[in-house]
Design a protein around this ligand. Structure first.
Ligand SMILES: Cc1cc2nc3c(=O)[nH]c(=O)nc-3n(C[C@H](O)[C@H](O)[C@H](O)COP(=O)(O)OP(=O)(O)OC[C@H]3O[C@@H](n4cnc5c(N)ncnc54)[C@H](O)[C@@H]3O)c2cc1C
Length: 441
């Protein structure tokens, strides 16, 4: 009876403690900044003869980008440190809208948000700041340096933040398997065309990506046969029973066939069928695989095999240092990290990134890391679309759930909001960021 009010009170408490923690960091930084400017002996910047000391960030999706932004925001002007971001993609990939943009046409460019605007103004090296951004991929991590794949460059680091996420090897609709925006746009348009032309569409996987893609496809093209195949006994099985039921209702209302407790083992293109483990065959002229993503932990697996969990995530301490005492300056955040987060998502990735950032900032002052990451149910809020004009939002802990059905008005969903949040004007992309960075791809 009291579960829901208690959950709300707990959520408010969590919100307040998050705000207080940010205020504490901000205040402490402002005091340091004041001392820096008031001290007559402070040089205005680190001596130019001194080589900058590197804080390297591997991967700049939401976790790495947030870590880079936070560290850049809090580095003192005379700090001998600089942030080096290594990211192969030329744009930020906004994953939330990918299933939708695999079906709905004309919006695909909105999934590629120009980098740069989320960093503090003037923080790129090209603008005289302390962030070096390299468009490349890290091929190897050693104890004190990383090696880049494209240029072969060896970059020494004092602190490393690994934010390689999950899904780098996955394909649409979960990830765009391309580093170039133009190639990504072509892949999305190809997918839209294949779905439009298909008569019998089979979608594999009843997680969020599969449910969203199947319901969007059936809602846009009601005449198609759409079948959703899921290996578990419920769609959205990682979430609570109310969301599972709402998802199934939405799927069935649209007339989608659902096969549960079975899996696709083969796609016989000649015969035009998807073959299931049970032996059942489903007529299929286009199959979309929406099954799980894999954490991209191989770089750390090579350096510290004992830091890798059975699920291939990187094991972390509460401070988000990796669970290897011989490598105290390596931090991990986002989907690649093992933090006991029930539903890893953008919010948990951002909170983890801030913990990494503040601990790195403490480390460069010779202090011990103090910030810790604790998973919270509020991070797990999800909005699941169930066709082009309908969605349901859900949040809760393992005992109780809230469900909010919503009417969706915009086909592009929340794309414009994400552009704003990442400091970009929807949907303008003049390429200015790319002209300022080191491109070695
Ligand atoms: C279809 C879909 C819909 C989603 N919807 C939502 C939603 O509605 N709400 C929500 O909160 N979350 C959502 N998520 C989850 C969210 O996208 C992830 O939790 C989030 O992207 C995790 O961010 P990350 O930075 O940890 O990793 P990722 O986003 O996986 O990015 C990893 C980054 O690392 C880079 N990288 C990888 N290897 C290297 C290397 N060797 N060198 C350099 N860089 C490298 C990659 O290029 C990439 O930019 C969704 C996910 C999917 C797939």
């Amino acid at each position: 009876m009291f579960e829901k009010p208690l959950l709300v009170i707990n959520g408010i408490g969590f919100g307040l403690s998050t705000i207080l923690s940010l205020l504490r960091h901000s205040l402490s930084f402002r005091l340091k900044l004041l001392r820096h400017f008031m001290s007559p002996s402070s040089p205005s910047s680190s001596s130019s003869s001194e080589k900058p000391r590197n804080i390297v960030i591997v991967g700049a999706s939401i976790a790495g980008y947030t870590a880079a932004r936070t560290i850049a925001q809090y580095l003192l002007p005379n700090s001998p440190y600089r942030v080096v971001v290594v990211e192969p993609r030329d744009h930020f990939h906004f994953t939330w809208v990918l299933p939708r943009f695999c079906v709905a046409e004309g919006h695909e460019h909105k999934a590629f948000i120009p980098y740069g605007g989320y960093l503090p103004p003037g923080s790129l090296e090209a603008d005289g700041g302390k962030v070096a951004w390299i468009r490349d991929r890290v091929a190897r991590i050693e104890r004190d340096a990383v090696t880049l794949e494209g240029s072969g460059e060896h970059i020494p680091y004092e602190f490393l933040v690994v934010a390689t996420g999950s899904g780098a090897t996955d394909s649409l609709p979960s990830r765009v398997p391309a580093s170039d925006k133009e190639e990504g746009l072509a892949l999305l348009r190809h997918m839209q065309r294949r779905i439009k032309e298909a008569k019998d569409l089979v979608v594999v996987g009843g997680g969020a990506a599969g449910v969203e893609l199947a319901t969007d496809a059936k809602s846009k093209y009601p005449e198609k046969n759409v079948t959703l195949v899921h290996s578990r006994s419920a769609v959205m099985h990682r979430f609570g029973p109310r969301l599972q039921a709402a998802a199934l209702d939405g799927i069935k209302e649209l007339g989608i066939e659902v096969v549960m407790g079975d899996r696709v083992v083969n796609e016989d293109k000649e015969k035009g069928v998807a073959v299931l483990k049970s032996g059942k065959e489903i007529v299929c002229d286009f199959l979309v695989n929406c099954t799980g993503q894999r954490p991209d932990s191989k770089l750390i697996a090579e350096l510290s095999p004992s830091s890798i969990s059975e699920s291939s995530h990187i094991l972390t301490k509460p401070t988000l240092q990796i669970q290897d005492d011989s490598l105290p300056n390596i931090y991990v955040c986002g989907d690649v990290s093992e933090t006991n987060t029930t539903h890893p998502n953008t919010r948990s990735a951002m909170r983890q990134a801030m913990v990494c950032a503040f601990n790195v900032l403490a480390g460069i002052e010779g202090k011990k890391p103090k910030d810790v990451y604790e998973p919270h149910w509020l991070d797990g809020v999800i909005k699941l679309t169930l066709g082009l004009d309908k969605s349901v939002s859900n949040v809760g802990d393992e005992k109780t759930e809230f469900l909010f059905p919503t009417k969706e008005r915009k086909e592009e969903l929340m794309a414009a909001g994400a552009w704003h949040k990442l400091g970009a004007k929807p949907f303008e992309d003049d390429g200015s960021f790319l002209s300022k960075i080191k491109s070695k791809m």
